[in-house]
Every structure is written in C-alpha cells, then in structure tokens.
Design a protein around this ligand. Structure first.
Ligand code: FAD
Length: 318
C-alpha cells in the first residue's frame, strides 16, 4: 500500500482535536519535497463527516475507521484496530499529537510494530538526507536531537510547536471508510465527564488570559475571569507559582512543566516571563503583557507591552 507518513487524528465525541491539524503541518514539513503526501486515519464515531471535512481542509487522503470500542476512546480497541492496518502499510513515520491519548498509543504501536518511538517532538532538522527530531530535555535547558534507526518510527508531536495549517488546499483528498471489529476484552471505558467551562482545553483555546503571581491574591482571579469571558473561545492559564499557591489547578499551568500553547492571543497578566513559563507560550501569534515592572522579561517577547498595575488596567480594558 506504501504510505510513507501516517497521521493518527484525535477525535473526542465526534469532534476533531485541533492538535491533529498541527500534526498534519508537521507531517507535511517532514515530507518535504517527497511527492508522497501524508495519509490520515480518523478512528472513532461519526468519522465519515470528519474524514470528509479533513480531506477537504488538508487535501490529504483519509481513512475513516469505525467499530465497537473506538468511542469512547479505548487503548486496547485502538491498538487492535490500527496495528493491522499500520503493519500492512509499513509507513516510515506514524505521527500522533503529544496528548494524553497520543502518549498512551505511541509506545503500544512501537512495541507492536517493532518501531522506534520519539516523543514530544518540537522541531525537525534535515541534513544531507538524514532526519533528526528535536525535543527539549531538562526543563528546556537542553535540546536533544534524536534519529531513529528503525524502518518505522512513531512520533508524538508537541501541541503548540507547529502552526496548524490555515488555508484550505485546492484539492480534496480521497476518503475511504472501513469497519473494524475490535471490541476490547480487558478494559471497558465508562464514559467521559465534561470539564467545567473554566477548564476549557488550553490547547484548543484561541485566546488565553494567563495569571501570574503579580495578580496579588486569589480574589483578583475574578479580573482574569471577567477578561477571558469577553472572548468566545477563551481559556484561563497560569504560571506555576499561581498553581503552586493553589489559586488555579495544575491543569491551567503553562510552561515547561505545564502545557505548551500557541493561541491567537495570549494575555499575560502579572507574569515575570521566566524561561520556564515563556517556553510554553512563546509560539502564541500575538502576546500582550501587563506588568508594572518596565524591565520584566516578558516584555522581551511581547507584541504589546502595558506597563501598569493590572488592577488598574484590566478593569479599564474590560
Ligand atoms: P513572579 O516571577 O513572581 O512574577 C510576578 C510578576 O508580576 C513580576 O514581574 C511583577 O513585576 C509583576 N507584578 C506584581 N504586581 C503586579 C501588579 N499589581 N500589576 C502588574 N504586574 C505586577 N513556571 C511556569 O510558569 N511554568 C512552568 O512550567 C514552570 N516550570 C518550572 C520548572 C522548574 C524546574 C523550575 C525550577 C521552575 C519552573 N517554573 C515554571 C517557575 C518559573 O521559574 C518562575 O518562578 C515562574 O514562572 C514565575 O511566576 P510568575 O511570573 O507568576 O511570578
């Protein structure tokens, strides 16, 4: 069948995770001048319409896979359904988002296929025909370049590291629909519990309003919430200190030991701009920083710098 690069799309309750579109960009970059386009597999429920949409948006060929056990997500069922396909195609690369699900599946695929596995990839380096994958180590202090020696390599791609493709392509990819029988035998998912609105997935938010220790008190989070509420697809982020203080849960933490994000707009409120924080948000398209210290490091990467006490400025902005 000869598919060289396969992207495994991530679907939850019939919705495509935006991280998939970043992995598509990554796969295209990896392919370079190679005429063989990446191929996408979308497994789950309601895949037919998602596959059509994806084929239209990306121009790539998509295999839509449905069967018992694929929704809600179940690792056993996914591996049961996808490994035979991947084994038949023997792709050079299998790419997934570096999400909880991607990290769950990648090692399983690698073991089943005898493939190498490189996780949290945030860059590609091509030199004279060899390909190296870049990933951070030691909290971003060191960047490691890893190469794989195996025929097939499984890669997880760090969300926020590659910009998702924006312009729809001219050509629509082909869609193939497959049914599988892969009901899990050992584990049974009991369903999904929706997170509260405030816990909107940071990697899916178009706008992130982020709180640093400079907000001064937990009560001042109200300002951050009111600012975020002005935008339709906004989420609340935080620096590690704010999470350590218990003002926000760790699911909001952005940075090297938290999430990596690249929203359209990132508003940093009372955040000093330590490297451990900025390495998780510097890929944002537009950064607005509000800080009363004109020498704050965050201003070095900000597109708009507001030197003001946030308790004065945010109410005015609202
Ligand atoms: P501070 O550094 O205390 O900065 C507060 C800022 O608010 C200051 O610049 C101040 O001028 C400003 N300010 C104060 N009052 C006001 C006001 N009224 N109005 C406007 N501005 C005001 N940090 C992360 O964020 N994410 C991580 O993933 C992360 N991982 C780490 C991993 C390791 C191994 C280590 C050692 C550290 C890590 N850190 C991480 C911590 C990081 O080094 C910084 O300590 C942290 O990011 C600082 O948080 P902050 O900017 O909220 O607080």
């Amino acid at each position: 069948m000869g598919k060289k690069i396969v992207v495994i799309a991530e679907l939850t309750e019939g919705r495509l995770a935006p991280a998939t579109l970043e992995v598509v960009s990554f796969a295209r970059m990896l392919r370079g001048a190679d005429p063989a386009e990446p191929h996408v597999i979308a497994a789950g429920k309601g895949t037919a319409s998602i596959a059509e949409e994806l084929a239209l948006q990306s121009g790539l060929d998509v295999t839509a896979l449905e069967g018992d056990g694929l929704d809600p997500y179940n690792a056993e069922a996914f591996k049961g359904a996808l490994v035979p396909l991947l084994d038949a195609w023997k792709p050079e690369y299998i790419c997934l988002p570096h999400t909880a699900r991607g990290c769950d599946l990648a090692p399983g695929f690698a073991i089943a296929l005898g493939a190498g596995c490189i996780t949290a990839v945030e860059g590609i380096r091509k030199v004279e025909g060899s390909v190296g994958f870049l990933r951070s180590l030691f909290k971003g202090k060191v960047v490691m370049e890893a190469a794989s020696e195996t025929e097939t390599t499984v890669l997880t791609v760090l969300p926020g590291a590659f910009k998702m493709m924006d312009a729809p392509t001219k050509r629509k990819g082909a869609v193939e629909f497959l049914l599988t029988d892969c009901a899990p035998r050992r584990t049974r998912p009991l369903g999904l519990v929706a997170a509260a609105a405030e816990q909107l997935n940071l990697s899916e938010a178009e706008i992130i309003v982020s709180a640093g220790k400079g907000i001064g008190s937990e009560e001042n989070l109200d300002l951050i919430r009111r600012l975020a509420a002005l935008f339709p697809k906004a989420a609340i982020g935080g620096s590690r200190l704010v999470c350590d203080l218990g003002w926000l849960g760790y699911q909001h933490q952005i940075g090297i030991t938290g999430k990596t994000v690249s929203p359209r707009l990132y508003i940093a409120c009372g955040i000093s701009g330590a490297i451990q924080h900025t390495s998780g948000m510097q890929g944002s398209h537009c950064i607005v920083a509000i800080n009363k210290d004109p020498h704050a490091a965050i201003f070095r990467i900000a597109d708009y710098a507001i030197v003001e006490d946030l308790t004065t400025f945010i109410p005015l902005l609202i």
